[in-house]
Design a protein around this ligand. Structure first.
Ligand code: BG6
Length: 497
């Protein structure tokens, strides 16, 4: 997949994401010969940094975070094409001089070059950056050729429906929707991309993938890390805004959507939006569909860790949830009556993201004596991370002279079959943006549809403050209240991982 000559400008170049993910991703694309021959990277930030220092910082980032070691040959070629541009985000003059720089590169290359603007800053400066890209003429660059500028934006895409709509308006005032690439890095994960292949390239699953055979679906995105040094950001966000509204909803949409008519970006995204629209509003309140909680202290890997309220930069009045669990119903032909349970949180027992499709119990009473037959529901588990793979839980006879049964697992592990050096999510996503494939990016109406579901819940929680906010021990699987969500359906959370 050949990308055209490209200059990537990263706004927020001195941020964590740039050094941990973006620079290593670009470099690894280079190692796979997937960067165009004419490739330039410009870091943009408020702090003045000499080009040479930015190059040295990039080299240090690669040594620390690249999944493959630094190759002198490639680095010698890339290094001179990396530079830095200092300027305020609301400083139109700095954008005009950035434009001069970009046009000079295009002139030197001697043919059309695409400009790719990567916004990896706090959301408070999205607006001035987008407006200045418009005012400086950069947003319209290359419009007449087929190399129109593109903009990649990191979440959060708003913090509720109104702010998401406002952001979409600002974006589309300056760019056409087809120039816009909203990143959700979960879509770049191999296992998430495999969801469509698993569902639609295997004939055995599709006939079962509906309310006739599926008992419930459980999606878990659990982390054992706490908020660490990100307290300032996280306390404004919480588990629902940080993980559920975006990453977890993407997993849900790909699991539950109808087959798209083609693999084109628009067809797939149309199906995701249709699915999101079929999700019923969730009820709040004591017997509702939503639970939120904050971690208390506890043990993680044998080490005592502090409660959320004791973490750095968390205000004493914080009512931010570090865990949320939801029960959703999807009102369409395929899923009517099948509960979807979603949970995500920090400081849980272990880091694991998985989608579990639990099938209905086998009918008949042949093996119904619990004293003799230990039976589990057939469950297909798509393990997103770590230990990527797919597991089918089924029941088997225990070898021996008596007929006794036991649940067993059939495993497919990516690492065993394909080796473990798979590309990182950001490699795939940056390459897709460079070549103009928006399939794995979020469309504006997708974020708005998702926010429509979450906004009433978040508003309700904001009104309640700490009232109704549960707590859980660090290192556990969350509060007891999360189990309650499943009782009505006579279900239990799986032991994930
Ligand atoms: C980010 C969140 O989007 O995703 C973080 O802001 C979270 O809080 C991270 O830790 C999880 O990503 P991954 O790829 O490690 O599961």
């Amino acid at each position: 997949r050949g990308a055209p000559p490209t200059v990537i400008v990263i706004f927020g170049a001195s941020g964590d994401l740039t050094s941990r993910k973006l620079i290593p991703a670009l470099y690894n694309l280079g190692l796979d010969n997937l960067l165009p021959r004419d490739f330039h990277l410009i870091g943009y930030g408020r702090k003045p940094i000499p080009d040479e220092d930015f190059r040295n910082d990039s080299e240090a980032a690669l040594k620390e975070f690249s999944r493959r070691p630094l190759s002198d040959e490639l680095w010698k070629h890339l290094r001179p094409n990396i530079s830095y541009h200092a300027g305020g985000y609301d400083d139109l003059k700095a954008f005009e001089s950035l434009r001069e720089k970009l046009l000079a590169i295009e002139k030197e290359v001697g043919r059309d070059v695409q400009f790719l603007f990567y916004i990896s800053t706090p959301p408070s400066v999205f607006k001035p950056i987008l407006e200045n890209l418009g005012a400086s003429g950069l947003a319209k660059h290359g419009e007449e050729s087929d190399l129109a500028s593109k903009v990649i934006i990191e979440k959060p895409f708003g913090r509720d429906l109104a702010t998401a709509q406002e952001l979409n308006t600002i974006i589309t005032n300056e760019f056409d929707e087809k120039q816009v690439y909203r990143i959700d890095h979960y879509l770049g994960k191999e296992t998430v991309q495999d969801l469509m292949v698993l569902r639609f390239a295997n004939s055995i699953f599709e006939p079962l993938w509906n309310r006739n055979y599926v008992e419930c679906v459980q999606i878990t995105v659990a982390e054992n890390l706490g908020v660490g040094t990100r307290g300032g950001y996280y306390d404004q966000s919480g588990a629902t805004r940080d993980m559920l509204q975006n990453h977890t909803m993407q997993l849900l949409a790909l699991t539950a959507m109808e087959p798209p008519v083609s693999l084109s970006a628009e067809d797939i995204r149309d199906e995701k939006v249709k699915l999101l629209k079929a999700i019923q509003p969730m009820k709040t309140g004591p017997d509702g569909d939503v639970v939120r909680a904050q971690y208390g202290e506890g043990l993680i890997d044998g080490e005592r860790v502090p409660a959320y309220m004791q973490e750095k930069d968390i205000p004493a009045t914080s009512c931010t949830e570090t865990f949320a669990a939801l029960r959703m119903s999807i009102d369409n032909w395929r899923w009517q009556g099948v509960p979807f349970y979603l949970r995500s949180g920090k400081r849980l027992a272990r880091r694991v993201s998985e989608i579990a499709i639990q099938f209905k119990q086998a009918s008949g009473s042949l093996f119904s004596d619990p004293a003799r037959f230990d039976l589990a529901s057939n469950t297909l588990v798509i393990q997103i991370q770590p230990d990527e793979g797919v597991t089918l839980l089924m029941n088997s006879k225990i070898p021996g002279l008596e007929t006794r049964t036991q649940p067993v697992k059939m495993h497919f592990r990516y690492a065993t079959t394909f080796g473990s050096n798979t590309p990182e999510a950001y490699e795939r996503l940056i390459l897709d943006a460079m070549v103009g494939d928006s399939t794995l990016f979020i469309r504006g109406d997708e974020t708005e549809t998702s926010w429509k579901l979450y906004t009433p819940i978040l508003d309700h929680w904001a009104e309640c403050g700490r009232k109704g906010l549960d707590s859980y021990t660090s290192g556990s699987w969350g509060p007891l209240a999360a189990d309650r969500l499943l009782w009505e359906g006579k279900h239990e959370w799986r032991r994930a991982g």
